[in-house]
Write a protein that binds this ligand. Structure first.
Ligand code: FE2
Length: 407
């Protein structure tokens, strides 16, 4: 299927910020040109153009990743795959494939042949064509988002792969196989849980901290971070708004917390350095149960042979080419990836929301407290309603980002 580059071009405009730090959302740009300065017809045109640009820039600062109207219009025509799963009742609607694997995580690698043999369906994705996976009630529960339009993206993801590869050789490898798999990873950003009394910035030793900072500050990683965030904003606008507003409260309440990228609302991220990342099957129960994490894959590997994303609950194994981004609900769907070949490299960069952070906000905003605990049906249904349906996506984008009007 031919890729629609114009769609991701409409998203890619959000990736240009190069700043890292805690400043986004608050700094307004230069003031607009006032009507009194308009002297002539062409001067008025220029002033109007400048004013529109200013409004767009302010909006982008306040809502990093906001889509353009042109993107919104094209979303209705995106290809989709309906899966036999209902995200609102995961325990009772796991579909036909739940019996194919043990309920507990296997803790081992899976090959493509083995999964196909067990009945998994392979999705042959080109890494470019945005494709939506929807549940039985048409909720968008996974997004094969693609990559930004532009000729230089191969250079960008190759550079990120090289950066992660070098980082992996500088920091210590895990002594034993960790739960996620046997590879080096570096997490950074905001965390809360495991006995912490208050949310904090993940701490690192001098070496690891310097390595992370060096990678974060590259234009390539910042562009990827921005694109991943813009995918989240575009395909899950209600979830984006929910998290953005709550995280804004969190950062205001705890001023010592640092934002990791100015062009992304995700508070936490991980560089999976590899050199050959094989993520074992898991449900990330420390992530927000209802929501997405963004996964960017890179490396030198053949995506037909390996590196696929496995969604165990959906019985799907999805080709995941280097340089592309997928959004998955990691706290809901059991996931992992197929191993790549021994002579290949395979890495990833993920951005996500630790679930505990919303509980902290919830402590000052009680309406959120029992969101996911199953004790309050109304709140649970509200949480489920934050997933957009394809039929409502354009409307949701317009509601969250005020796409109609002068911006
Ligand atoms: Fe995960």
């Amino acid at each position: 299927m031919a890729p629609p580059p114009s769609l991701n071009r409409a998203l890619a405009h959000t990736n240009e910020s190069t700043h890292v730090g805690p400043s986004f959302g608050m700094n307004l740009l230069a003031p607009p040109i006032l009507p009194s300065t308009i002297r002539s017809g062409s001067g008025k045109k220029n002033a109007d153009k400048a004013r529109r640009q200013h409004k767009r820039q302010v909006a982008k600062k306040e809502q990093p990743g906001r889509p353009r109207s042109s993107f919104s219009k094209k979303c209705a025509k995106l290809p989709s795959i309906k899966v036999g799963y209902n995200v609102a009742s995961p325990r009772t609607a796991n579909g036909a494939f739940v019996s194919l694997l043990p309920k507990e995580r296997s803790g081992r690698e899976w090959s493509l042949d083995e999964l196909i043999h067990r009945g998994f369906k392979e999705v042959k994705w080109d890494g470019r064509t945005p494709t939506l996976l929807v549940d039985e009630e048409d909720r968008i529960i996974t997004v094969l988002a693609g990559r930004p339009a532009g000729d230089d993206w191969d250079e960008v993801h190759t550079e990120i792969s090289t950066l992660l590869h070098k980082a992996g050789s500088k920091v210590s490898k895990p002594r034993k196989q960790e739960q996620q798999g046997n590879f080096t990873s570096l997490s950074f950003g905001v965390s809360y849980g495991e006995g912490q009394q208050a949310p904090g910035n993940l701490a690192h030793g001098e070496c690891n901290g310097a390595v992370i900072r060096d990678i974060m500050q590259t234009k390539a990683v910042q562009r990827a971070a921005g694109f991943m965030n813009s995918c989240f904003a575009g395909y899950a606008p209600k979830l984006y708004e929910e998290y953005h507003s709550n995280l804004s409260l969190l950062f205001a309440q705890y001023p010592h917390l640092e934002r990791i990228f100015s062009n992304s609302i995700f508070p936490t991220a991980t560089f999976n350095c590899g050199p050959r990342v094989v993520s074992l099957d898991r449900v990330d129960n420390t992530n927000i149960p209802v929501g997405f994490c963004a996964v960017f894959a890179c490396g030198s590997y053949d995506p037909v042979q390996g590196g696929h994303l496995i969604l165990f609950d959906l019985g799907l194994v999805i080709q995941f080419p280097p340089g592309s981004t997928i959004l998955v609900p990691p706290g809901t769907l059991r996931h992992g990836n197929v191993s790549t070949r021994p002579n290949e490299t395979h890495q990833s960069f993920t951005q996500y929301f630790p679930g505990g952070l919303l509980h902290v906000v919830g402590s000052t905003k009680p309406a959120l407290r029992n969101w996911f605990e199953g004790h309050d049906d109304e709140r649970y249904q509200r949480a489920m309603g934050l997933f957009s349906k394809i039929s409502d996506l354009q409307q949701d984008q317009q509601a969250v980002f005020s796409l109609k009007g002068s911006i």
